[in-house]
Design a protein around this ligand. Structure first.
Ligand code: SAM
Length: 245
């Protein structure tokens, strides 16, 4: 506690710090990697590492296709390769042409604007369906929404879609604002309705759609939404035991 108070006195709340303060190395390999990393620059909010490990662990060592939007200095590319193992096929998008320099035999970098639906349609043709998609791009509302609308279908049937830094949904300079129509958080609240649409009694207003049939669950964390896909069909009520009345 004292260490935390002193750290916050120096660095301020929420500023970067070593990941071993969140999860001991060994519990979460990402924490160990982060605290020992001396390669390319990467910056994450500390609690993201546990979220990644909770939803991505089942893909480790299974040669997943990972698609990340947002490259910056390339540090997260190194993190994903280390985490998922040598078979990982990594694809990444950035609108900064300098990021192309991070391309290698295991990593394909595509330069383009994540809000450009034409670019995303082209990407769907060039990249295999992803087991995991991480949106860590520009964090503007139009970017997050266009990327979701164009690429959710391009995530594998049992894959995971993760959008991070959702706090920009509350920041005016990113197009957000508290309960502002058109923010990514407000957009995602409509997805909650679709998740539950099997039970709609107002078919004229909402009914099951592709998202309902493709989505198993949605997990909200501070600043992060994780959506896990699974082919779904209309739920059936099951009963067991003797009634008491
Ligand atoms: C937060 S950084 C990515 C950090 C990286 N994932 C990491 O963890 O090391 C965001 C990146 O998104 C890129 N970006 C910003 N707007 C974009 C857009 N409209 N389309 C694609 N990339 C964009 C920026 O150039 C920047 O490199």
């Amino acid at each position: 506690m004292l260490v935390r108070i002193l750290r916050e006195m120096f660095f301020g709340p929420g500023r970067s710090r070593k990941a071993e303060t969140v999860a001991a190395p060994g519990e979460n390999p990402l924490a160990g990697w982060f605290s020992n990393h001396t390669g390319r620059y990467v910056s994450k909010w500390d609690h993201y590492l546990d979220i990644y490990h909770r939803h991505f662990a089942r893909f480790r060592g299974r040669s997943p296709v990972v698609l990340e939007v947002g490259v910056f200095h390339g540090g997260s590319l190194e993190m994903w390769h280390d985490y998922f193992g040598p078979g990982c096929r990594l694809y990444a998008v950035d609108n900064d042409p300098r990021c192309k320099a991070f391309e290698d035999e295991k990593t394909k970098i595509m330069i383009g604007d994540q809000a450009d639906r034409g670019f995303l349609a082209q990407l769907r043709m060039e990249v295999p369906r992803a087991d995991i998609l991480v949106d860590d791009g520009g964090h503007f509302m139009n970017q997050q929404i266009a990327t979701f609308e164009e690429l959710y279908r391009h995530v594998a049937d049992d894959g995971v879609y993760l959008c991070e830094d959702l706090h920009t949904s509350y920041w005016e300079d990113f197009g957000g604002g508290y309960r502002k129509a058109g923010s990514f958080v407000e957009f995602s609240k409509a997805l909650i309705d679709q998740l539950n649409a099997w039970h709609s009694r107002e078919p004229d207003r909402f009914q099951s759609n592709d998202f309902t049939r493709a989505t198993y669950c949605m997990h909200y964390y501070d600043s992060v939404l994780v959506i896990e896909k699974r082919p779904m069909s209309r739920p059936r009520k099951i009963v067991a035991g003797r009634p008491s009345f």
